[in-house]
Design a protein around this ligand. Structure first.
Ligand code: ADE
Length: 245
């Protein structure tokens, strides 16, 4: 998968040289390139922002540097590549595991990280008229810019690209995967730590009992923390049980 990122703070993306994503880049499974938007601003001060037309607080990112940066990336892509341009924005569709799965099948993603009060609307309109564009939010809160949102999305998408996670089994039994339930609690050795014992069933060697216990834990945890995620067959049981929590 090819990923291009445009940002005025390329240093944010150093984190993607670490761990699994870093290894996937070394192995050529993910080709990630970060572009400094200021290099596409051709005035003396490499200006990327200006005051909002019509008035208002803050600054808006100027369209010209975005045009230069995105034209450069898109014109270098093969004719049949059909890249998807994603602008992280609190005004976008909410990013979910299911969107991550969908985006993991793309061959070329381009992330445009806005700062300040956002990017001039004509940039979205221009690239939506020429290809595929999506505004995507990572949640109902406001960050200072799209960089952290882009890192979160690249990590969630990248680990679903075949070959990035060594043992694909480990992707299945996770929160939000398979049946949409949250994952069960995990334990390792020692069997007792600060008088806290690992649940006895996990030491029993009885795989059927362990599997049943884990399923129950997933349902209870989901009911307690994220009841809206519970599939219909698990709704209604033990209603009100956690009302005091
Ligand atoms: N930029 C600022 N806040 C954001 C959010 N919640 N999601 C994506 N991009 C953002």
């Amino acid at each position: 998968m090819k990923i291009d990122v445009v940002s005025i703070f390329p240093g944010y993306f150093d984190a993607l040289e670490l761990s699994l994503l870093g290894k996937a880049r070394e192995r050529g499974i993910i080709d990630l390139q970060v572009h400094d938007l200021r290099e596409s601003a051709h005035d003396k001060h490499r200006t990327v922002d200006d005051t909002p037309t019509g008035g208002g607080a803050g600054m808006v990112m100027k369209p010209e540097p975005w045009g230069v940066a995105l034209d450069g990336i898109l014109s270098a892509a093969p004719a049949d590549a059909d890249p998807l341009v994603i602008f992280p924005s609190p005004a976008g569709d909410v990013f979910t595991q299911s969107m991550a799965r969908e985006l993991a099948t793309e061959s070329h993603l381009v992330f445009g990280c806005g700062r300040y009060e956002g990017i001039d609307q004509r940039v979205f309109d221009e690239y939506a008229a020429r290809g595929r564009v999506r505004l995507v939010s990572i949640g109902d809160y406001v960050l200072n810019g799209g960089e952290v949102a882009t890192i979160a999305m690249i990590e969630a998408i990248g680990r679903l690209v075949p070959g990035v996670v060594g043992n694909p089994e480990s992707l299945v039994e996770e929160s939000h995967e398979e049946d949409g339930l949250l994952e069960y609690p995990s334990f390792t050795k020692p069997a007792t730590w600060r008088d806290r014992a690992v649940p006895q069933v996990l030491l029993s060697g009885n795989h059927a009992a362990i599997s049943t216990w884990r399923d129950e834990q997933r349902i209870e945890r989901t009911r307690r923390v994220r009841p809206e995620l519970l599939p219909p067959e698990h709704r209604g049981e033990s209603r009100g049980r956690h009302a005091a929590e």
